[in-house]
Design a protein around this ligand. Structure first.
Ligand SMILES: Cc1ncc(COP(=O)(O)O)c(C=O)c1O
Length: 393
């Protein structure tokens, strides 16, 4: 007997594609995997060293459930340094990753039937996390022609008396979008005017390749919960460490919830928070950020040379979202993005994620968390596949 709540969770859209990828690899086929959602870099040594030391010096027990005081202080320093907002350690709740912080925050804010807005293309887990909190995800479409910009006008069109909040995500997965200060302000003003709470998922915050991140938390720290973590910006996906920073009452609620359903995140991972956040200028991290900038330029150059595809040059994270709808359709060899991705895998040995997973059919997400040579090779193969697809259609 499975609960109603869990029965309605949709399985990951990438599951069958991943299964095929593993099968092909097991048969000895070499695949270039541009479907990855994590940096291809090892966690920097200066951070690993801190973890070793922590293990030897007693960071091996339960910590306070909302996090070790030193780690919470480190997040406060980070918020002041990067967002110019002074917050108290009580406002910081450490968790076992950004997914976990998002889930705890939604569970603390959403009542049954509340509507929560997300811009499409969205990160795959937002709709399910909202549903798991008994809320209703309301998808607000953005357009590639507008650079995937979420506008006040589009939000207003879907506002109802049951709208309670918005989830924002910059730099964005899957689009790599980073909005200007005025664009972010427009959305926060919309939230203010309609008394909505905002969750801002800034997990890719250190990976901004052009311009700067305009964190909504800097504009309205009372209304916005800033959520981030170590996974992507520090190449620490396996360490499972995230945080939320919210106004005191909300933080207290999240902390109470967490004390019962998770207790504290891994103590050793917590021991690395200060080193990571205070060490963002460390050469090991700066080298990784520079590599991603470089790869982004390569991806843009290669895609610019392809006919018939549309994309928005990413400004952050390590993804590009490509519209291949010109190559899809009932009368064509490839009907939709799922089939396109399967064909690209089977015929060209390149793995990508179909846009359906992000609420945007007709597109695909390419990750550039791979070395330059692999990216260049994969994009040449994509180009060949596009040509092949047009010839046979
Ligand atoms: C936008 C976004 N938020 C959250 C997560 C999950 O982060 P974590 O691994 O810290 O739970 C991801 C991972 O892909 C992501 O892309």
């Amino acid at each position: 007997m499975i609960s109603q709540r869990v029965r309605t969770i949709t399985p990951s859209a990438t599951l069958s594609l991943n299964a095929r990828l593993q099968e092909m690899r097991a048969q000895g086929t070499e695949i270039i995997n541009l479907s990855v959602g994590e940096p291809d870099f090892e966690t920097p040594k200066f951070i690993r060293d801190v973890a070793h030391e922590a293990m030897e010096s007693g960071w091996t027990r339960y910590t306070p459930t909302s996090g070790h005081p030193e780690a919470r202080e480190a997040v406060c320093r980070h918020v002041l340094r990067t967002r110019n907002v002074e917050v108290k350690p009580e406002q910081v709740i450490l968790s076992s990753g950004v997914k976990h912080s998002l889930s705890q925050t939604l569970l603390s804010l959403v009542n049954p039937g509340d509507e929560v807005m997300i811009g499409a293309p969205y990160w795959v887990s937002y709709p399910e996390l909202i549903r798991l909190a008994d809320g209703i995800p309301v998808v607000v479409e953005t357009r590639i022609e507008d650079g995937f910009r979420l506008t006040r006008e589009a939000l207003e069109a879907q506002l109802t008396p049951r709208t309670m909040g918005i989830i924002l995500n910059e730099p964005g997965n899957p689009t790599g979008v980073v909005s200007s200060a005025s664009e972010v302000l427009e959305i926060i003003e919309f939230a203010r005017d309609n008394d909505l709470w905002v969750i801002s998922d800034e997990i890719y915050e250190a990976m901004v390749h052009e311009g700067r991140l305009n964190s909504p938390f800097s504009i309205d720290p009372e209304r916005v919960s800033y959520i981030s973590g170590l996974s992507k910006s520090f190449a620490m996906t396996g360490w499972r460490l995230g945080w939320s920073v919210s106004e005191p009452e909300r933080a207290n609620a999240i902390g109470r919830l967490q004390s019962h359903n998770a207790a504290n995140p891994c103590s050793i991972s917590q021991a690395t928070v200060a080193a990571a956040l205070d060490g963002m200028d460390h050469p090991e991290l700066q080298e990784m950020y520079a590599a991603f900038r470089d790869r982004k330029d390569l991806v843009v150059e290669k895609l610019n040379a392809m006919d018939g595809v549309q994309f928005v040059a990413p400004k952050g994270a390590f993804y590009v979202f490509v519209d291949v709808s010109n190559f899809l359709g009932k009368d064509k060899r490839v009907a939709d993005a799922n089939q396109f991705c399967l064909g690209l895998l089977e015929e060209m040995g390149v793995a990508a994620v179909p846009g359906d997973a992000f609420g945007s059919p007709g597109c695909l997400r390419l990750s550039y968390a791979r070395p330059n040579a692999e990216i260049a090779d994969a994009l040449d193969r994509l180009d060949q596949f596009l040509k092949k697809t047009s010839e046979t259609s």
